[in-house]
Design a protein. Structure first.
Lengths: 139, 444
């Protein structure tokens, strides 16, 4: 299980940049990023190397931040591998609320991040199928 | 850190002879003072001499307070027309100071004071401070602005009359306010309610609330709600009081509520209140809402007859649980100036505040109303700050919250409002009077 930051941002020029520039100041590395928007506001979701420090720094800068647990799954960069993982989850009747991928990490395998309501079950199903999950130390 | 519960409250009354006077004795005192002030303005102020002549009223027609309805009104426009010194009833050399209000349009409204006027002002504020449980042992942190605005000087004069220690902080520089409040051991602070909330939140964030000696907050100069008072009281663990006044009449200290919070006690020996129906100018019955009109009974430099405040309120002449007999005006719903007519419905910012604070902590009480006109239709947008307790990671939950705020506002205001969720601390915090409404309609 890894931790994800969710940051409330208004939908206007520069609002995402204000988050990333704050993280740069705090020497935080961003591992994955995804944004979800409505016409007026959005939620920026991030996986970073030091989530607790990142939250504290962003909160100090006036952002609203929440930390959620998400699952990060390592995939081999081969055709059909994402489909294979989603099949495992579908067979296990795990609902995926949303999914996004890591930014490219040098020599490492790609990682997909997803959110579900039942982490324990999802983790168990993936483990039984032999899928490698990413832990915080791997970030 | 010492809020006092009602059952443990020890009521202090600075001038029981006046503040607990029987209504007959008070009427006799007011009558003597009214006859005197009418003679002074008739003989010394051209404006009133002419106004009374036009109405066919002679000073001799005014025999007592019951004749007040025969006198002419005074409006803010009259003050502007006679700016700056046209309404003086004393020689200019006897004016010891002036105070003013900027207002939103045009020139200043200027008020002049004799030495006695300043002393009366301080005495009235001292009565209010006593009503808030303060004595000559207290340290009063005044973070109202010092200057032409009456807030700073008014509280300063009041603290002086009480014999308390005044700390003349003036407005702004929240960090320094916090430092001084802690270092000097301030036991009370005075400022606008919106700044009080900002300061309270800043003190809470800095984690210094437990180190403070505060027990009371004196707040006024803008309308605020009971919910807002409770919020400030709970953050700082103090008792807060609503002080009212206006520069034209003297400044803060015209009225204030006591620990029972059952209306604001008016210092009626100096300021005679009428609550009038704004269209017929007939007196409202107790409990009926109308425009508050004041006559200054003892003012020397710039006495005003029947000054229309544009503040809407109702009056209660019954004796209060605190023991005072001075009549009470209800907490202000707003000024006729602040009221916005949106799609034909009267809307006050305080209604938005009450609705948001009534959502049980789900929403921060920082808001801004924006009124636009699109396709000849009024559109009200209410910007609400998102804070950590209400923020969800899921768009659908934020949308649901937005819809819920919209429904609560529609219920409270009677018109629908667009809700816009904005980032924390993006709605400007005021250090004086908060801006709660921006009206972009150009109706000219």
């Amino acid at each position: 299980m890894i931790k994800q930051l969710s940051v409330f941002v208004e939908n206007r020029p520069g609002s995402l940049m204000r988050v990333t520039s704050a993280l740069t100041e705090a020497h935080i590395n961003i591992r994955a990023v995804a944004s979800f928007d409505t016409p007026e506001f959005g939620i920026l979701r991030l996986v970073v190397d030091k989530p607790a420090e990142a939250k504290e720094y962003l909160t100090g800068k006036g952002f609203v931040v929440r930390i959620h647990e998400v699952i990060g799954v390592e995939l081999k960069d081969e055709k059909g591998n994402l489909n294979r993982m989603l099949s495992i989850l579908a067979d296990g009747e795990i609902n995926v609320n949303y999914i996004y991928s890591f930014v490219i990490r040098e020599e490492k395998a790609p990682v997909m991040v997803f959110n579900t309501d039942d982490y324990d079950k999802a983790a168990r199903v993936l483990k039984e199928a032999g899928v490698k999950m990413v832990e915080e130390a791997d970030l | 850190m010492a809020a006092v519960k009602l059952e443990n409250w020890v009521e202090r009354i600075r001038d029981p002879k006046i503040e607990c006077m029987s209504s007959d004795e008070m009427a006799a005192l007011q009558s003597r003072r009214l006859v005197d002030v009418v003679n002074r303005v008739y003989n010394n102020v051209d404006f009133y001499h002419k106004k009374m002549k036009d109405l066919g009223v002679e000073p001799g027609d005014i025999k007592g307070i019951e004749d007040i309805g025969k006198l002419p009104f005074t409006t803010k426009e009259d003050l502007r027309d006679n700016y700056p010194f046209g309404l003086l009833a004393i020689p200019k050399k006897d004016v010891v100071r002036v105070q003013g209000t900027s207002g939103t349009t045009g020139k200043l409204t200027l008020a002049s004071y004799s030495q006695k006027d300043v002393d009366v002002w301080g005495e009235c504020v001292a009565r209010c401070l006593t009503m808030a449980g303060l004595t000559d042992e207290d340290i009063i942190h005044v973070c109202y602005g010092y200057g032409l605005f009456t807030g700073g000087m008014g509280l300063d004069y009041g603290a002086k009359a009480l014999g308390a220690t005044a700390i003349p902080m003036s407005a702004g520089n929240t960090k320094r306010q916090m430092m001084c409040m802690e270092d000097f051991g301030s036991t009370a602070f005075a400022c606008t309610p919106s700044y009080a909330l900002h300061l309270a939140e800043s003190l809470e964030e800095a984690g210094v609330v437990d180190r403070l000696k505060l027990k009371a907050g004196i707040h006024g100069a803008e309308p605020w709600t009971v919910e807002m008072r409770k919020k400030i009281e709970s953050i700082l663990n103090i008792n807060c009081f609503d002080i009212y006044g206006l520069c034209e009449i003297s400044g803060p200290g015209v009225a204030q509520d006591c620990i029972h919070h059952a209306g604001l006690h008016i210092n009626v020996d100096y300021f005679y209140p009428e609550v009038l129906n704004p269209s017929t100018y007939e007196a409202c019955a107790d409990g009926e809402t109308g425009e508050l009109v004041f006559t200054t009974l003892a003012k020397e430099a710039m006495p005003l007859l029947r000054y229309r405040t544009k503040d809407l309120t109702s009056i209660d002449h019954s004796t209060c649980a605190c023991g005072r007999t001075t009549p009470r005006i209800s907490k202000f719903t707003g000024r006729t100036d602040d009221m916005k007519v949106i799609r034909g419905v009267n809307v006050f910012p305080t209604q938005v505040e009450t609705a948001l604070l009534g959502m049980g902590g789900a929403v921060a009480p920082h808001y801004l109303m924006i009124v636009d006109r699109e396709d000849n239709l009024d559109v009200l947008t209410v910007m609400v700050e998102v804070d950590e307790s209400m923020f969800s990671d899921e768009i659908r939950k934020l949308d649901a919250l937005k819809n819920k705020i919209g429904a609560v506002l529609k219920q409270a205001l009677g018109v629908s409002a667009r809700v816009k969720l904005v980032e924390p601390k993006t709605i400007q915090r005021s250090e004086g009077k908060a801006v709660r409404v921006i009206d972009n309609r150009n109706l000219q």
